[in-house]
Design a protein around this ligand. Structure first.
Ligand SMILES: NC(=O)c1ccc[n+]([C@@H]2O[C@H](COP(=O)([O-])OP(=O)(O)OC[C@H]3O[C@@H](n4cnc5c(N)ncnc54)[C@H](O)[C@@H]3O)[C@@H](O)[C@H]2O)c1
Length: 383
């Protein structure tokens, strides 16, 4: 299976390209092409030290320019990976489907329900698979929680809170050019992970959203909703508070801070589900401060998202963690379900793989959230 990747930015470097290289090394993928608008992006991706060290003989075919042009002529049956800014996902996914290709798209798939429905229809009409890469689903703790919640061990979710803050230095990055009030907000960008996770664990659906935003200015003067406090109401009456920001101190340990707490009730007892998704038990303090944005002398690295583990000659330096497992899982599911509509229907119904149809609550929440934040946090019902 040939792979065409649209976009060569941060997520490619940190997770997707090394995962694809590993699958290629295992003989499960063919040639990989990566398209980005600027040569410098592709050069930086190619020269990423960690990738070079782990995959010294692997290479992608670089294509400079817009994805629309670059994608033309792609062989039907290929895999298109969409890792572009959110507002370009719809055009890229639709073009891939029109060209007869399967799709792996980074979250969020699209920003409106209408677009998600159009993608579902286009994929079904051609028997193609579209998967959305919500990698937290492949964190073992999410699958454990889902199984135990659905076995009734926690009773019913009632009240909960989730937090995901990126570090302050993001404000100095390319974010300041696009992460402005009219395009996005902290909840839309990263809150969707925990909304998706609570739905994934419980099977409940969100029914109303209220988002209070606090605007700050980026260094270039643009204004963005850089702090958000969201209240998501669920189909059983439960309520989840979600706080997001580009505001975790650069001097704080780890690359961000994140976690989920859910209080539940069943029979005559309360129940609790609590995940520290940032502190995973490791405390490192180095002799000198490492270089790099947000890197700190004392740190709490996560062994669970994405690491390279050197297994020595023969096996090589391999990516491990749920970032890799998520790409591996999606590629396996696409390869198993292509040309097999009955299996695809079973996979969709099982709900581990996120597809446009079985994860559409995410687009519904985002659409409602964008209305709410513009109207000072009004509660917007999801119809
Ligand atoms: N935790 C997560 O799941 C997670 C984390 C980071 C990013 N993301 C998502 O990944 C996507 C990309 O984010 P990123 O941080 O890698 O962004 P980025 O800005 O680092 O990279 C975007 C890339 O798209 C390319 N691009 C833009 N317009 C293009 C066009 N017309 N044709 C071809 N290439 C074009 C740019 O050249 C760049 O390489 C976003 O949708 C984001 O929400 C998800």
């Amino acid at each position: 299976m040939e792979v065409f990747v649209a976009g060569g930015g941060m997520i490619l470097q940190d997770q997707i390209l090394p995962s694809l290289y590993q699958l290629q090394r295992l003989g499960r993928l063919g040639q990989i092409s990566v398209c980005a608008r600027h040569t410098a992006t592709l050069d930086a991706l190619r020269d990423t030290p960690k990738i070079r060290r782990a995959f010294p003989t692997s290479a992608f075919r670089p294509i400079h320019g817009g994805f629309a042009e670059a994608m033309r002529g792609l062989a039907p049956g290929s895999l298109v990976v969409v890792a572009l800014p959110d507002n370009l996902h719809f055009a890229a996914v639709m073009q891939a489907l029109e060209q007869g290709c399967h799709v792996l798209c980074v979250k969020p798939l699209v920003l409106t329900v209408r677009e998600s429905e159009a993608i579902e229809a286009a994929a079904r009409a051609r028997g193609l698979v579209v998967a959305i890469e919500y990698h937290k689903r492949l964190d073992d703790r999410s699958l454990m929680a889902r199984e135990r919640y659905r076995a009734g061990m926690f009773g019913e979710f009632r009240l909960g809170s989730a937090v995901l803050f990126e570090k302050w230095y993001y404000r100095h990055s390319n974010f300041q050019n696009w992460f402005t009030k009219e395009n996005s907000d902290a909840f839309t960008y990263i809150g969707c992970h925990y909304v998706d996770l609570v739905a994934f664990i419980t099977g409940l659906t969100p029914v109303a959203v209220s988002v209070h935003g606090i605007a700050d200015r980026f260094p270039n003067g643009n204004e963005g909703w850089l702090w958000t406090d969201a209240r998501v109401l669920w189909s059983n009456g439960a309520c989840l508070n979600v706080q997001n920001a580009l505001g975790f101190p650069d001097a704080g340990p780890g690359t961000n801070t994140q976690g989920l707490t859910m209080y539940c009730a069943g029979g005559e007892s309360g129940a609790l589900l609590k995940h520290s998704d940032q502190y995973r038990g490791l405390e490192y303090c180095y002799t000198t401060p490492p270089t790099g944005d947000g890197a700190t002398q004392y740190t709490e690295p996560s062994p669970d998202y994405f690491q390279y583990i050197d297994l020595g000659p023969g096996a090589g330096c391999v990516p491990v963690g749920y970032g890799y497992r998520s790409i591996d899982f999606i590629v396996s599911q696409i390869q198993a379900a292509r040309g097999n509509p009955a299996l695809l229907a079973e996979i969709e119904a099982a709900g581990i793989l996120a597809t446009p149809a079985n994860s559409r609550y995410n687009e519904r929440v985002i659409e409602a959230a964008r209305v709410s934040i513009a109207e000072s946090g009004r509660l917007v019902e999801i119809t």
